[in-house]
Design a protein around this ligand. Structure first.
Ligand code: HDE
Length: 700
């Protein structure tokens, strides 16, 4: 047993005045103590009466340790339970001071610390990362004027128009209550029953069936504030705003069959990706964009700017890029930061204000409740990740786990105790709501201006490339094929008939649904003249290089050293990362005798984990690997998922074993002999996929 010294002789772990933890004892090794600071002499055995006797109630160390363990879990978020966060900063690149008085939007170059949490919506905390779902994109700005939370998603519209429908929507999307499955999936009757009975969901459902819902990485997806907000300038003038996050490395998603396999191979695919990027010094970056508009535009726009199932095409109101968000530090502790972070749409600062979007208004009501329940009391703002980084003072007191306790006599306002003991006072610069005129009867009524549910869904569909349209059709077919009730499948197709006739027919054919159902009753005639918007497509907004992507190289003993290092250099030169996949993780020796460590063993590193792959075995290695089923899957999957595949001569054996005889190949399968070929291959990989292949690999 390790010999320990008593804290009084050598201080053990203890809390400093500011609550920070100091550790020192016996060099760097602190003494193990109870929460009360009492040193522990034996952490391996409970206190018992003799070696075979009963345990004793007086064992305070055991009691405290088990008690604390029993309370380790807190309720997971009712939605967005699975998330992953990182610290960073926001830097202003274009001042918005003409339209917004918030300090963070005033001075170019000013940096504001931020914490970002990405999440899936429907799945529980332990579910897989690459499920078909919306992704949360929540940003907390610790501004000099208080915390501002932009609690957004990676899709710019939402399923419902009024917050009162949120519990129904979430119940329907999550696992069904009698069987508690399926988890983290919308491919079930309840979800499609609800959305097909709620025509307002059609636009968002189209987004959810697009590849937006299976992003390749948090780093390659956009973010949106969704609602229309207001910016308020120093004169009190209001300008409407929609917030956008644009990823520096361009947009990218995976394909559905790949997603299914990634979730088995690496359920933590997205978190691992963020972790590896940030700890590897490749800091993910987004630009903050704003669409600014006024009442005149709002009145002329064919949809209501307060309707969260609608977006404003960038072609109509351009996105002005005003700053950059850089994520450069992982949390020290997942629970303390990512799990305990509490976002709230009501956390806003002077210069930013709400609109009457009924979804936003409802959200404003919801977040405080959910945090109080989840974090155990009203003092969750005292947890460091939630506390502002600017000074804050108020007379709120007591409650569970109160950490910021006022000193002195005054605990109310106004009071007649003079400063400083009298405590905080109101400020002329304090938050003032925009003085919008309001009047009208009190009623429960959906605005007539929210009634068109199909026109923008149609616009979204026609804005996609043919490849993306096919993916959408296939996603509808996949999901509705999991729906057991034929009437629900047909009802959904009846909505799609308003989106696009060919889409609806394709889905019906994929479901074996004949004849076509009648179109759903539309409250408004569908506007068919809306122009396609290139900004809505992922493929039209991809990267122009292979930067930030991952190349997987299959190697065996004796791998050609010049070719391998040429390929590695070419990939790293554009900012891509490389992993070696070998028969064992001990790695291989290359032809020059260098020892190379492998990151993956072949059965643990399937090609779905990579953006492109290269096969560089020796003839002996290829002879060994061609009998390996996971090697054949590696190649067959890379091909089926339209990835670029580079290979040397010896890999012919492997390609043949995977069914890729020369005639079955295409220009996306690239022979490589020299370092020059390697550079060309990496340039080709900038296209990310060889989409022309896709139509060849699906018969159904
Ligand atoms: Fe949320 N949402 N939401 N939501 N939301 C929550 O708050 C809610 C909506 C979003 O990483 C909850 O802390 C209502 C739209 C994100 O911690 C809860 C409505 C958008 C996150 C809640 C919506 C979002 C949440 C659950 C309909 C995109 C995760 C746990 C009116 C603009 C934040 C929590 C994180 C989380 C309520 C709709 C984004 C229950 C009532 C629209 C990114 O308060």
């Amino acid at each position: 047993m390790t010999k320990t010294s008593h804290p009084s002789q050598s201080p053990a772990t203890h809390m400093g005045k500011g609550g920070e933890t100091h550790q020192s004892a016996g060099g760097d090794i602190p003494v193990l103590t109870t929460q009360q600071g009492v040193a522990v002499s034996d952490d391996q055995n409970t206190l018992r009466v003799g070696p075979g006797g009963p345990a004793l109630l007086e064992d305070f160390h055991f009691r405290e340790k088990i008690f604390h363990f029993d309370h380790e879990r807190i309720p997971e978020r009712v939605v967005h339970a699975r998330g992953y966060g990182a610290h960073g900063y926001f830097e202003l690149t274009d001042s918005l001071s003409d339209v917004c008085k918030a300090d963070l939007f005033g001075k170019v170059g000013e940096r504001t610390p931020t914490f970002v949490r990405f999440s899936t919506v429907a799945g529980n905390k332990g579910s897989a990362d690459v499920v078909r779902d919306v992704r949360g994109f929540a940003v907390k700005f610790y501004t000099s004027q208080g915390n501002w939370d932009l609690v957004g998603n990676n899709i710019p519209v939402f399923f419902i128009q009024d917050a009162i429908k949120f519990p129904d929507f979430v119940h329907a999307a999550k696992q069904e209550p009698d069987r508690d499955f399926p988890q983290a999936q919308t491919a079930h009757d309840n979800f499609w029953d609800f959305v097909s009975l709620s025509p307002e969901a059609t636009h968002m459902v189209c987004w959810a069936m697009s590849d937006r819902a299976i992003p390749r990485s948090f780093r390659f997806m956009e973010g949106f504030g969704v609602h229309t907000f207001r910016l308020i300038n120093a004169e009190g003038r209001s300008t409407y705003v929609k917030f956008h996050w644009k990823p520096k490395l361009g947009l990218q998603s995976v394909v559905w069959n790949e997603a299914l396999k990634i979730n088995g191979a690496d359920p933590d695919f997205h978190r691992r990706d963020l972790w590896q990027a940030i700890t590897g010094g490749n800091f993910p970056e987004w630009e903050l964009g704003v669409q600014l508009f006024d009442d005149e535009f709002a009145d002329s726009f064919p949809f209501d700017i307060l309707d969260p199932t609608k977006l404003i095409p960038e072609e109509l109101v351009p996105v002005r890029r005003v700053g950059r968000l850089v994520l450069d530090r992982m949390p020290d502790n997942f629970f303390a930061e990512t799990e305990q972070v509490a976002f709230c749409t009501q956390n806003i600062i002077p210069g930013i204000d709400f609109t009457n979007d009924p979804l936003l208004q409802g959200r404003n009501f919801s977040y405080l409740d959910t945090q109080t329940k989840r974090l155990g009391g009203p003092n969750f703002t005292h947890i460091p990740i939630n506390a502002p980084k600017c000074p804050f003072h108020n007379f709120q007191q007591d409650g569970h786990m109160a950490m910021h306790n006022p000193k002195g006599r005054a605990n109310y306002e106004p009071n007649s105790w003079s400063q400083p003991t009298g405590g905080p006072r109101e400020s002329a610069d304090g938050y003032r709501s925009f003085a919008q005129e309001q009047s009208g009867p009190k009623l429960r009524q959906r605005s007539e201006s929210f009634a068109d549910h199909y026109s923008q869904a149609r616009q979204f569909f026609i804005s996609q490339t043919p490849v993306e349209q096919t993916h959408m059709r296939d996603a509808f077919v996949f999901e509705l094929s999991k729906v057991e009730t034929p009437a629900i499948r047909a009802r959904m197709v009846s909505h799609l008939l308003h989106v696009d006739q060919k889409l609806a027919e394709g889905v019906a054919m994929g479901l074996g649904l004949s004849p076509l159902p009648r179109p759903a009753v539309a409250a408004r005639p569908v506007v068919t003249g809306l122009q396609p918007s290139a900004a809505l497509s992922i493929l039209k907004n991809g990267p122009d290089s292979f930067e930030g992507r991952k190349l997987g190289i299959v190697v065996t003993n004796g791998v050609d050293s010049a070719l391998l290092s040429g390929l590695r250099k070419a990939a790293e030169a554009v900012g891509a990362t490389v992993e070696l996949i070998a028969p064992t993780v001990a790695g291989v020796h290359d032809s020059a005798g260098n020892e190379l460590v492998a990151q993956q063993k072949i059965n643990g590193g399937p090609s779905v984990l990579y953006d492109a792959v290269a096969l560089l075995p020796t003839v002996e290695g290829a002879n060994l690997l061609r009998h390996e089923a996971t090697m054949r899957d590696f190649i067959a999957d890379a091909f089926a998922h339209a990835k670029f595949i580079a290979h040397n001569d010896a890999a012919e054996l492997l390609l043949a074993a995977a069914g890729l005889h020369p005639k079955a190949r295409d220009e996306g399968v690239i022979a490589m002999e020299s370092a020059r070929d390697a550079t060309l291959f990496i340039q080709t990989c900038a296209a990310l996929r060889f989409w022309a292949r896709e139509s060849q690999v699906h018969a159904v």
